[in-house]
Design a protein around this ligand. Structure first.
Ligand code: AHR
Length: 621
């Protein structure tokens, strides 16, 4: 294995080479990264026609002591549906006392709320009642028997006679990952509820992202965040697409929408602003996938195109416009006067084959470039095999395939023209039988693919895997990089594989050759990178062995301007079977294992384990 580390052959890789792609799929956001614990907090999920279904809220009590229904009574303009509790029982009335636990409603969250001992939860709810009330708001176990935290709201007839927002904290005295929120009373009267929210006070950077999940993202040092989808960004039907203007402003005013691609309601707590905030918090550049007028099953009338283009220009102004501009001021009101660093816009997701795509694309492209000449515009027509017939800064490529094909696709861009726009592999994943729910073989094949991208990073600008998250209770797509439930999470082997590539952004690529006779299953990549915190420089050699045999290699590094210090670190990702996966029971079955290298140098003899990804990190003096 020969590495030419001379400066003449070196090439600096793109700053934003590896990032992440977040899609609202598999309850990745609602019931996932977005830490809101109440599902259907505004009672809007059942639609605007009332009385509506208010799942997953459940009535506590029976028809003789409480009636629960919905109606359009809220003063929140875009969010009119509210819940009505008509309490018929009363503990002061011997003829119809309430059951001992009271009557009311509970919300089980998204497959159980994770409530932790000593943690504080911020509760917001809107109340309307012309009766005197005595309401208990509590966090309890899933059957209501264990009380973890409680707050009482007592009021006379006047206090809530018009809609009133109340806010308080609940501090939990116990831990239960399958908790629920209960709102109960033992006093007769009518109480309306709306916009009931429970947020843990401890979130990633204080911005509402579930800490454990966001930290896993931070750990792979993504340089960009593509959002909000995928197909989600287009919607199956126009009426259900993600439209950014409905997702900004105060959360109570967001109407929410039905994610008709992946079949669930989202209240859009994780909206356009929050995506931009997440990107900033991760040190990543946002890549906004806009709605280009084409949904999966329908599309706009061409006469509406100008309003869609205007919408996108407004969105850019919201993200990076002057704090006092029309839309920039909305961002300012939301607490972020400084512009976000929005520099990339994808004109849709996978619509190149649609006959209207190019005409629509050009309208967006022209308008965006006229207003924001520095904005990088991404087309979703693949330009890897021939010249594009329309202008673009980047072209989008999606690769979903078997493991062996993914491995061989390390050569995907070898023959691509070196002129013209650069490639953005915004979605890649081994899928199908090989992939299971995230296998070792998928990770190894993807590692080979990424090495090919590094080699071709003169024309390959960015890459991200798909999908990123799955709530284990709602698997819509396999595999995914990070698996979670209400309280736990683990990375699939593909997630851990990405840790091997997190120092590639802005690193210096060095050409290498690997000679292992009659053994085509090895791929390698070499780079040097600098840890700016410690000012230390490393040579990183990665080798994937996609075959069943141990391979003995003599590594030889030439042309280095600095010496290799004697120590180093070897990291290996492997397991006993190709089909091995991580799970809640065995989250660390396939994870990187590190050992020290005692004798590092410009020549080294190493044995590369079968079916493995190995990285040698050598400190430069
Ligand atoms: O990543 C899952 C889906 O696969 C995306 O929504 C879509 O872009 C692709 O087809």
């Amino acid at each position: 294995f020969n590495v030419d580390a001379s400066s003449q052959s070196a090439r600096v890789m793109p700053d934003n080479l590896f990032g992440i792609f977040f899609e609202e799929i598999n309850h990745a956001g609602a019931g996932g990264l977005w830490a809101e614990l109440v599902s259907n907090r505004g009672f809007e999920a059942g639609g605007k026609n009332t009385p509506s279904i208010f799942d997953p809220w459940v009535k506590i009590g029976n028809d003789s002591n409480i009636l629960v229904s919905t109606d359009r009574i809220s003063t929140l303009e875009r969010n009119e549906v509210a819940l009505k509790m008509e309490v018929l029982c009363d503990n002061d009335d011997n003829s119809n006392p309430c059951p001992s636990q009271g009557v009311g409603v509970y919300n089980p969250g998204f497959w159980g709320m994770n409530i932790e001992d000593g943690q504080v939860y911020n509760v917001v709810l809107y109340i309307l009642s012309v009766d005197s009330i005595d309401l208990s708001v509590s966090l309890t176990s899933s059957d209501g028997s264990q009380n973890l935290a409680q707050h009482t709201i007592e009021a006379d007839e006047q206090e809530f006679s018009s809609w009133t927002r109340i806010e308080f904290e609940l501090e939990s005295s116990g831990t239960n990952s399958n908790s629920r929120l209960q709102i109960t009373t033992s006093k007769c009267g009518t109480i309306w509820l709306d916009q009931v929210s429970v947020m843990p006070s401890d979130t990633f950077m204080g911005h509402g992202f579930r800490k454990d999940l966001a930290s896993m993202l931070a750990d792979i040092k993504p340089r960009f965040l593509r959002f909000p989808g995928g197909s989600y960004s287009q919607g199956r039907r126009l009426a259900n697409a993600f439209r950014w203007k409905s997702t900004v402003g105060s959360w109570e005013q967001r109407p929410g929408h039905f994610n008709d691609v992946w079949n669930y309601w989202t209240d859009d707590g994780l909206g356009f602003f929050e995506f931009l905030q997440l990107a900033e918090d991760l040190g990543a550049l946002p890549v906004w996938v806009i709605h280009n007028g084409i949904s999966l099953n329908d599309q706009i009338n061409p006469s509406s195109l100008p309003s869609f283009v205007e919408d996108v220009l407004d969105g850019i102004e919201f993200a990076r416009g002057d704090p006092e501009s029309t839309w920039g001021s909305v961002r300012t009101e939301m607490g972020h006067p400084n512009p976000f660093e929005l520099k990339f816009i994808s004109i849709g997701n996978q619509e190149c084959g649609n006959k209207n795509y190019k005409a629509n694309y050009l309208k967006f492209y022209t308008a965006i470039k006229a207003a924001y000449p520095d904005m990088k515009v991404v087309t979703n027509c693949d330009g890897s095999n021939g010249q594009l017939d329309h202008p673009a800064d980047l072209y989008d490529v999606h690769v979903y395939t078997s493991a062996s094909d993914m491995f061989s696709k390390s050569q995907l861009f070898d023959k691509t023209s070196r002129n013209g726009p650069k490639a953005f592999v915004s979605e890649y994943a081994v899928t199908g039988n090989d992939a299971g729910k995230g296998t070792l073989v998928a990770a190894l094949a993807e590692a080979g693919f990424l090495m090919g991208l590094e080699r071709n990073s003169d024309i390959l600008e960015m890459a991200s895997c798909a999908p990123l998250f799955v709530n284990n209770n709602d698997r819509r797509f396999n595999p995914d990089a990070i698996v979670f439930n209400s309280s736990m999470q683990f990375g699939t082997p593909s997630y851990w594989m990405q840790q091997f590539f997190k120092y590639s952004n802005s690193a210096t690529y060095h050409p290498s050759t690997i000679q292992a006779s009659n053994y085509p299953s090895l791929l390698a990549s070499a780079l040097t990178w600098e840890d700016t915190d410690s000012n230390r420089k490393y040579l990183k050699l990665k080798i994937v062995n996609y075959g069943s045999k141990v391979v003995s290699l003599k590594m030889s590094i030439s042309g280095l301007e600095t010496k290799i210090s004697s120590g180093g670190l070897k990291t290996i990702l492997t397991s006993s079977k190709l089909s091995d996966e991580n799970s809640f029971e065995e989250p660390n079955k396939v994870v990187p294992v590190m050992t020290n290298i005692s004798r590092a140098g410009e020549t080294m003899s190493v044995a590369i384990a079968p079916y493995s990804l190995t990285s040698f990190d050598l400190l430069l003096e």
